[in-house]
Design a protein around this ligand. Structure first.
Ligand SMILES: Cc1ncc(COP(=O)(O)O)c(C=O)c1O
Length: 394
């Protein structure tokens, strides 16, 4: 064995983009690539509620002793009750961000299902496919792209699942779909629950943006049919976006088996997977979230900060939607979406030109993070979009 045998790898599309934006010295560059919230001044702030919770932790925390592979149990309890509104037989453990939750879930599915099959609709978050494959799962992709409407034909995934072998898993994003911003209609969630029950399928719900779409409660209401009716369920949760804790890596995996014995075995396996992967997650970010959620004052302060972030992104969306068309981009289509993301129907050369000639950064495939726009850069963005398309067509 030798490192010489390691072949070259293409750069990760999102991490590569973060580096390119950081290295770009141009004044007034516009970062619409990376999926983090930015305020009206282009800053990704530490919320006041988070700062207060951190200083309270500094003053009161009396030990840093190990907590165990499941992490901070109080944090998981608080999150289950505030985010998912009660327990419904769900249990959970703390994970290293939403990504860590997805990876643990994928490892668990690999252990529990001989066929190791998972259905996913495309396009989706750029890390879903490599992550699931790295855990040894066999991905069954369904192209749901509907560029004319900017969203996804979720019905096509549903149809495919009606034929899926019993016991298969499927991945579905709960709200603020990455990259399209368009979520399944409420009626479709009932249909997903029906098919999961009928075919004994395991939904893996990716809930990474609660509170940044339509509202804190509203963003989980659609998945109620799954929570209420599907016996076996996995929910990968991220607190990195809605608490602005990105680099602290705060997540949770909620799970439920068909009965108490099965749920307990799921827990044992998840803890064992965590133990051999990273032993246990770090506590600081989870302790912040627990402190906020457990204190009514901090909680309502944080909810107001989250609502302000959500409203700002929604107002950028509304402004763009009212703007109409710029070349091939019909901004009116954005009105159908929610949350940080929208996808612009741009060919690769136009996206390239935006980067190279205008210092306007979009994610691969034309995904834009609406939070990157503000009153100071909106006009420049629209002019750059027009010029990049015109010059690419010439
Ligand atoms: C859809 C989706 N799921 C999960 C994640 C992972 O989030 P985290 O940073 O908590 O790992 C992201 C992050 O961009 C995402 O967009």
């Amino acid at each position: 064995m030798s490192f010489e045998n390691l072949g070259p790898l293409p750069p990760d599309p999102m991490l590569g983009l973060i580096q390119r934006v950081a290295a770009d010295p141009r004044e007034g560059k516009i970062d619409l690539g990376v999926g983090v919230y930015q305020d009206a001044n282009g800053r990704t702030p530490v919320y006041d509620s988070v700062q207060q919770a951190e200083s309270r932790l500094c003053q009161t925390q009396s030990t840093k002793a190990y907590l165990g592979a499941g992490g901070n149990a109080d944090y998981v309890e608080q999150l289950a009750s505030h985010a998912l509104g009660g327990h419904l037989g769900l249990q959970g453990l703390q994970t290293i961000g939403g990504t860590g939750a997805l990876r643990l879930a994928a490892e668990l599915l690999g252990r529990s299902q001989p066929e190791r099959r998972i259905w996913i609709g495309l396009p989706t978050w750029t890390n879903h496919e490599p992550l699931l494959r790295a855990a040894g799962l066999q991905i069954i992709p369904r192209d749901l792209d509907d560029p004319a409407h900017g969203g996804l034909r979720h019905e096509a995934l549903l149809d495919a699942l009606r034929e899926a072998p019993e016991g298969d898993a499927f991945l579905i994003q709960a709200s603020g779909h990455n990259p399209t911003g368009v979520d399944p209609d409420p009626a479709l969630w009932h249909a997903f629950a029906d098919v999961a029950v009928a075919r004994r399928l395991v939904p893996l719900v990716d809930l990474a943006y609660q509170g940044l779409g339509t509202g804190w409660r509203e963003d989980v209401e659609p998945i109620a049919p799954l929570l209420e009716r599907v016996p076996r369920l996995l929910i990968a949760y991220s607190c990195d976006k809605n608490f602005g804790l990105y680099r602290e890596r705060v997540g949770a995996l909620f799970y439920r088996g068909a009965n108490a014995g099965e749920t307990a075995r799921v827990r044992d396996h998840l803890l064992a997977i965590a133990r051999v992967s990273y032993s246990m997650p770090s506590d600081h970010g989870a302790a912040i979230v627990r402190t906020i959620l457990a204190d009514p004052n901090l909680r309502s302060g944080w909810r107001a900060e989250l609502a302000a972030a959500r409203d700002r992104v929604a107002s950028v969306r509304a402004t763009l939607a009212a703007h109409g068309r710029v070349g091939a981009v019909d901004f009116a289509a954005l009105a159908a979406g929610r949350g940080l993301f929208a996808r612009l129907p741009l060919a690769a050369p136009a996206i390239q030109r935006l980067h190279a000639e205008h210092a306007v950064y979009l994610a691969p495939g034309g995904r834009m993070n609406l939070a990157g726009l503000n009153a100071n850069n909106l006009e420049r963005f629209l002019a750059a979009l027009e010029a990049a398309q015109r010059r690419s067509a010439a």
